[in-house]
Design a binder for this molecule. Structure first.
Ligand SMILES: C[S@@+](CC[C@H](N)C(=O)[O-])C[C@H]1O[C@@H](n2cnc3c(N)ncnc32)[C@H](O)[C@@H]1O
Length: 260
């Protein structure tokens, strides 16, 4: 018996603003068990005491439970569809007006930087801006820095690394300011904060899988309200929106939905 999970949830909400109740409980508990075990703590209460007192442990806890894994051009074939089919469609729709892109739950920034690089490389005259949000302020700080170990960039097409990164003397690669300038990083909780308006392309990948069905449905409704008709939602490659019509979306092709 690990103690009272509900009480732990309430304490975490007060301490961090993260609402564990919106995440799938079984999956969350499995992750917590691992953390408790690693710290040699017998129950949630003991573990919470550590989190309250040790800032570093609290940061580890946040990154672990919110799962910060990301990758440049994650699932590359979908990025080719974005570039070759979705983007020309959106640009035609916008007729020269700037494109508003939102990378929701952007983690270390790989996703918004991928979009900015893709745009710069393939649509150099197009005006666009990217809002990149995440619940985790520490991960956003990393994203703003835009510095990555070689392992993170080795699968990126060579032209991108040559054009948009600077190699540092620490064997890391830094995103150039030319790319950074397109992106505004901002803390935003997809569950609790109000959504943005007039977005032309929402990219929300590999985060809703951790949410309960109810929360997920609410998210899709709010995404639909963030866009005018014809705009696009791009989701993760293990995800699908069942019965998308009830949220006001129409299936375009795998992992892309259009606001009706
Ligand atoms: C697995 S990463 C996905 C990163 C990127 N979208 C990708 O597909 O590579 C999940 C991200 O979701 C963020 N996250 C978790 N809960 C969130 C919430 N309620 N609101 C906003 N972001 C959240 C985490 O901090 C983490 O950075």
């Amino acid at each position: 018996m690990l103690g009272d999970y509900k009480e732990f949830e309430e304490n975490i909400l007060k301490l961090t603003g993260i609402d564990l109740n919106s995440y799938k409980e079984k999956q969350m508990k499995r992750r917590l068990d691992f953390l408790l075990d690693r710290m040699g703590k017998k129950n949630y209460e003991e573990y919470f005491k550590v989190l309250k007192e040790d800032k570093e442990e609290l940061e580890k806890f946040k990154s672990y439970i919110t799962i910060n894994v990301s990758e440049f051009f994650r699932n590359y074939p979908q990025w080719e569809i974005l570039q070759n089919r979705i983007m020309p469609y959106l640009l035609n729709l916008k007729k020269g007006q700037a494109l508003n892109i939102w990378s929701a739950a952007c983690s270390t920034g790989d996703e918004p930087y991928s979009v900015a690089m893709m745009m710069q490389e393939n649509f150099p005259t197009v005006k666009f801006n990217i809002l990149a949000t995440d619940i985790d302020e520490d991960i956003l700080e990393k994203a703003r820095k835009g510095e990555y170990y070689i392992k993170s960039v080795e699968k990126i097409p060579r032209t991108y690394t040559d054009n948009f990164f600077t190699k540092t003397d620490k064997d890391t690669y830094k995103i150039k300011d030319d790319i950074k300038k397109y992106i505004t990083f901002k803390r935003h909780d997809l569950i609790r904060d109000p959504y943005f308006k007039d977005i032309d392309l929402i990219i929300c990948r590999n985060v809703v899988i951790y949410f309960t069905e109810e929360v997920k449905e609410h998210l899709y409704e709010k995404f639909a309200q963030s866009m005018q008709s014809g705009r696009i939602l791009f989701i993760g490659n293990t995800e699908q929106i069942i019965n998308s019509g009830r949220y006001g979306f129409e299936y375009v092709e795998n992992f892309f939905y259009k606001k009706v």
